[in-house]
Design a protein around this ligand. Structure first.
Ligand code: LA6
Ligand code: MN
Ligand code: MN
Ligand code: MN
Ligand code: MN
Length: 506
């Protein structure tokens, strides 16, 4: 199909379908070649069909080709900097333009206009379109594709969109369902091993106040890195998420200030002597962390011949110091400004920690240059961290305030600006939007890190959008998170023999 599709529009649609069906990882080279050909041919620069232009723009930017917002000038009324009102009738084109606008960087006013224009019209059209199109619009308006994780998008797209599209290929649909289920089987097998590891640690037994979150931790892992070839990454992510959730609860909820000072000191020293000074309930947690991380480092030394003990130890110590700072602020009643809060909270959100592990456990061995780059707070990491922190605060700060915790971004902004909580929430949501423009920009400029690490960093950010969309999806594993677990981890996509190719011609 990839070879026989010759027109630009058809090629773009096929690439988009493959990506949304979760199948793109099988065809990386073919897709890369097609995108390069489209970019070099430059036909997209003069195309007059809005859907094709917008799709080309989104896919080219996604594949890191520098394409300018100016390709949309021909859809605007001259002199007004406004899109032609008649475009509103082209729902498919409007939807594509809406999705494309989320790949913007700061200052791209055409794309800002595109975003406002399409969102307004598509919202208005929700009631006038047929049920199939209504589902597509509602899905897009709920959250743009650029912010969605591949795995949950694939499940939705297979069942609710592609599977219902009149001109779909039954063969491709069948492949997507089978692939989804096969990969889900791998994720389940990993979960079985990881559950055994986690229950043997018995951290939940003594630390009953802490979240016991192994399954949801694995859910994060598969959202960040679903492809079979990144199994090592997933196993490490799940372990780190589970440990970090427990340790975070010690700092936030259970530990006295004195105890968490001692724990921070022990992690900074990174040796068994550091453990001696800890209260009993912390000893187990410390040793679990120490052994788990050292075993990971050992495996890297064994398999790749590089010594990452210092990189791992340093990133853990940095996280503990940021947790400690929050604990000190809380116990002293300090109310930081949003700026002061964020300088620490973008570390305590764990994006730098996760990304260090993510990069080290990429199949390709990490270089010293890359590791040093990551340790020096590069902009791409900074902005991904900021978005994750804002999403977490939007989802969790109500409970955190009720329980007693340092003011989070929402509350800091309320203090700074004398704003109501609702106004502060809207402000923070706006900052998420702006944060993505920065992230898009630094991603296009990124030259040091490999694509796979960058992609996982973006996926971590996307996963946070997904988990905190309806409140605290990580800490409170109620309806939304249970549903997500069922769809991504436990229930395969049903398919009947009638779906099998053979009964229809292609
Ligand atoms: C979020 O919880 C959480 F568990 C983290 C440790 C952030 C990293 C993400 C994970 C483990 P919480 P806090 C999925 O909202 O105290 O308690 O930083 O994090 O706001
Ligand atoms: Mn917490
Ligand atoms: Mn915390
Ligand atoms: Mn405390
Ligand atoms: Mn939180």
């Amino acid at each position: 199909m990839l070879r026989s599709e010759v027109g630009q529009a058809g090629q773009l649609e096929l690439v988009d379908d493959l990506q949304r069906l979760g199948l793109a990882y099988h065809f990386m080279e073919e897709i890369g070649a097609i995108m390069e050909k489209i970019y070099l041919a430059g036909e997209y620069l003069t195309v007059t069909d809005l859907h094709t232009a917008a799709l080309a723009f989104r896919l080219l930017r996604q594949h890191s080709f520098p394409v300018s917002q100016d390709i949309f000038s021909c859809f605007m009324d001259e002199g007004t900097a406004r899109f032609k009102p008649s475009l509103a009738d082209d729902v498919k084109g409007m939807l594509a333009l809406y999705e494309a606008s989320y790949l913007s960087v700061e200052g791209e006013t055409v794309l800002e206009e595109a975003s406002d224009f399409t969102a307004a019209h598509l919202n208005r059209q929700l009631d006038d379109v047929d049920p199939y199109l209504e589902d597509l619009l509602a899905h897009a308006l709920e959250m743009p594709l650029h912010w969605r994780t591949q795995r949950s998008e694939a499940r939705w797209f297979i069942e609710e969109a592609y599977g219902k599209r009149p001109d779909m290929s039954p063969l491709l649909l069948q492949l997507a369902k089978l692939d989804f289920n096969i990969v889900q089987g791998m994720h389940q097998e990993e979960l079985r091993d990881l559950s055994r590891w986690w229950s043997k640690l018995e951290l939940g037994k003594e630390l009953s106040f802490a979240r016991d979150s192994l399954v949801v931790s694995h859910l994060w892992s598969i959202q960040i890195s679903p492809e079979p070839q990144y199994e090592a990454c997933r196993r490490v992510f799940t372990k780190v998420f589970a440990l970090v959730s427990t340790i975070d609860d010690i700092y936030d909820i259970y530990g006295t200030l004195e105890e968490v000072e001692l724990f921070t000191d022990a992690v900074e020293r990174w040796n068994i002597d550091g453990m001696k000074q800890l209260p009993d309930y912390m000893k187990k947690c410390y040793m679990a962390l120490y052994n788990t991380v050292n075993t990971m480092a050992y495996e890297v030394l064994r398999d790749k011949g590089i010594d990452v003990t210092n990189n791992l130890k340093t990133t853990w110590a940095k996280l503990m110091r940021s947790y400690l700072k929050e604990a000190r602020w809380y116990h002293s009643g300090h109310r930081p400004s949003l700026l002061e809060y964020m300088s620490n909270a973008r570390i305590s959100i764990t994006t730098p920690l996760m990304t260090m592990h993510s990069h080290i456990f990429d199949p390709k061995p990490a270089t010293q240059t890359e590791l040093e780059y990551l340790e020096n707070d590069p902009n791409i990491l900074k902005w991904a961290s900021i978005i994750f922190r804002f999403c977490d605060d939007l989802g969790t700060s109500s409970d955190e305030m009720a329980r007693g915790d340092v003011p989070k971004s929402v509350q800091c902004y309320m203090n700074d600006a004398g704003a109501t909580e609702q106004a502060a929430r809207n402000h923070v949501k706006g900052l998420v939007r702006e944060g993505w423009k920065k992230l898009n920009e630094y991603r296009m400029e990124e030259r040091t890190l490999p694509d796979s690490t960058v992609e996982r960093l973006l996926n971590l950010t996307r996963a946070s959008q997904c988990f905190y969309q309806h409140g605290d999806g990580h800490g409170v594993q109620d309806g939304e998170t249970k549903q997500l677990m069922a769809k991504l981890l436990f229930h395969p996509i049903p398919h009947s023999p009638h779906d099998m190719p053979g009964e229809r011609s292609y």
